[in-house]
Structure formats: structure tokens, C-alpha cells
Design a protein around this ligand. Structure first.
Ligand SMILES: NC(=O)c1ccc[n+]([C@@H]2O[C@H](COP(=O)([O-])OP(=O)(O)OC[C@H]3O[C@@H](n4cnc5c(N)ncnc54)[C@H](O)[C@@H]3O)[C@@H](O)[C@H]2O)c1
Length: 254
């Protein structure tokens, strides 16, 4: 794993950190000595991960949040600031969708729920974090979009893909508006990733078929995304602002 000594002692908030990419990212930052706050609607799951990664180098706390709810988000971000005395890195990772769908068969409740989880959440958590990030010497916002927000390639959910495209544009607005405060805002766009959840949903044949379409001939591991986010949070990425980094093995090339 790459080593970024400057990340030691900084404070990172990771939403959706009870499992999958968020949990791997919390682990990767803690290994750099970054103090981590794991925010998730699954408070018990987040606590389990936090307890496992807390160590001599870094503190780790779990905080319950519903990223779609304004009051819950305000409370959770205030709790992080009170616990650590500030905030340097925000990773908006909570997201997802329930099922493959078409526009024609999508009830409005599903549309609204999916947009709220994937786009409203990024707005709410970023807005709550901005005053704290402005006080950081190296403020960073990193949003987790998706290959489905970049291009329509595989069966997915139109609400999810539209929200993830919205995340990319919101990232650019954040980059433009917070740049003068020394805060960078970037996104990553992961391909299908072998999280325990995805591995359980897909057959071996599915995984082989998807992997055969990727020039690197494998799906992503959660750690591939964690590495990209460590880089974007590091001083090495200080002048990178408003980009979306495709972490997709070359599956699509923008
Ligand atoms: N896994 C993939 O193949 C893949 C591909 C592209 C993009 N992504 C994106 O990466 C991110 C992480 O994906 P993953 O597969 O690791 O997800 P996951 O489903 O494994 O984990 C998502 C986490 O978010 C939490 N969460 C759900 N609703 C929440 C809410 N309202 N408030 C707070 N927390 C909530 C869940 O409890 C869970 O811990 C998501 O934004 C997803 O859209 C994933």
C-alpha cells in the first residue's frame, strides 16, 4: 500500500463505512494514521468495523446517521467535530440501489428514494462539513460516483445512474466554490466491485463475463478504490480539483 505520512493525524469522515468500499476506505486511512469517523445507518455494523481498525496510530469512531435526513446529518457532523476537534477529509461513499429497473417500471417513490440516497446525501453531508473543512489546512471532499454515472453500459437503475451523474456535476460545483478556501473536491467512478454484497449477488459466470469486458480482466476490489481516495486526499493531489477519476480497469475511457 502507498504511504502518505502527511495523512497521519488528520481526520476523515467516511459515510457508508459499515461495509464494502466505505469500510475498506476507513481501514486504509486508519493504516495511514488518519483518525476516522465511520458514519452509517447501520450503527452496529460501523462500530464493529471501527473497533477492528482502531489502533495505536489512529482513533476510529462509529456514528449513526441517515445521510438522506438533514437533522441526522447535521448532528453526526457536529459529533465528529466535537470528538476530533475538526475535520480534514470528507468521503461521501454511502449509496446504492435496490434493483435493476427501467424508467417505465419505476414507481416515483423508488425514484425519489434512490436520488435521495445517492445525490441529496452528498449535498447534505458536504454542506454540513464545509465550515469545518474551511478550517483545515488541507480540506478534501471525495465523492463516490459510479461508472453508471459516466456512461450507460449495463443494466442498472436510471435513478441511480442519473444521481451518480449528478454527483459528478455537484463535485464540480464544490470544486469551483470551495477552491478559494483551499479545499479540493473530486470524485471517483468505480466499476462493479467485488464487495461481499456484490459477490453474493453475482454468480461465478456473471463475474467472469463482466471481467472479460475489462481490459485488466478482473473486477475491482474495494481496496482499488481506497487507494485512489488515499491519493486524492494526499498532498500529492493538492492541485487536482473537480476531476472524476475512473477506477474501472479501462472498461470505459472518457
Ligand atoms: N460495489 C460496486 O460494485 C459499486 C460500483 C460503483 C459504485 N459504487 C458506489 O460505491 C459506494 C459504496 O458501494 P458498496 O458496494 O461498497 O456499498 P454497500 O451496499 O456494500 O454499503 C453501503 C453502505 O451504506 C450504508 N447506507 C445505506 N443507506 C444509508 C443511509 N441512508 N445513511 C447512511 N448510510 C447508509 C449501508 O448501511 C452500507 O453500510 C456507493 O455509493 C455505490 O453506489 C459501488
Amino acid at each position: 500500500m502507498a504511504n502518505y505520512p502527511e495523512l497521519a493525524g488528520r481526520v476523515a469522515v467516511i459515510t457508508g463505512a459499515a461495509q464494502g468500499i466505505g469500510a475498506a476506505t476507513a481501514r486504509a486511512f486508519a493504516q495511514q494514521g488518519t483518525h476516522v469517523a465511520l458514519l452509517d445507518i447501520d450503527g452496529a455494523g460501523a462500530k464493529k468495523v471501527a473497533d477492528a481498525i482502531a489502533g495505536d496510530k489512529a482513533r476510529a469512531v462509529a456514528i449513526h446517521v441517515d445521510v438522506t435526513d438533514e437533522t441526522s446529518v447535521e448532528r453526526a457532523v457536529a459529533a465528529v467535530a466535537a470528538e476530533f476537534g475538526g475535520l480534514d477529509v470528507l468521503i461521501n461513499c454511502a449509496g446504492g440501489y435496490g434493483r435493476l429497473a427501467t424508467v417505465e417500471d419505476m414507481p416515483i417513490e423508488e425514484w425519489d428514494r434512490t436520488i435521495a440516497l445517492n445525490l441529496r446525501s452528498v449535498f447534505l453531508v458536504s454542506r454540513a462539513a464545509i465550515p469545518h473543512l474551511k478550517r483545515s489546512k488541507a480540506g478534501r471532499i471525495i465523492n463516490v460516483s459510479s461508472i453508471t454515472g459516466r456512461q450507460v453500459t449495463v443494466a442498472s437503475s436510471p435513478a441511480y445512474g442519473s444521481a451518480k451523474a449528478g454527483v459528478i456535476q455537484l463535485t464540480r460545483f464544490l470544486a469551483q466554490q470551495l477552491g478559494p478556501d483551499g479545499i479540493t473536491s473530486n470524485a471517483i467512478a468505480p466499476i462493479t466491485t467485488l464487495t461481499p454484497r456484490v459477490a453474493a449477488l453475482r454468480t461465478e459466470a456473471d463475474i467472469e463475463r463482466i471481467a472479460s469486458l475489462v481490459p485488466l480482466r478482473r473486477l475491482a476490489e474495494p481496496e482499488d478504490h481506497a487507494q485512489a481516495m488515499l491519493f486524492l486526499a494526499s498532498d500529492a493531489a493538492a492541485y487536482i480539483n473537480g476531476v472524476t477519476l475512473d477506477v474501472n480497469g479501462g472498461r470505459i475511457m472518457m
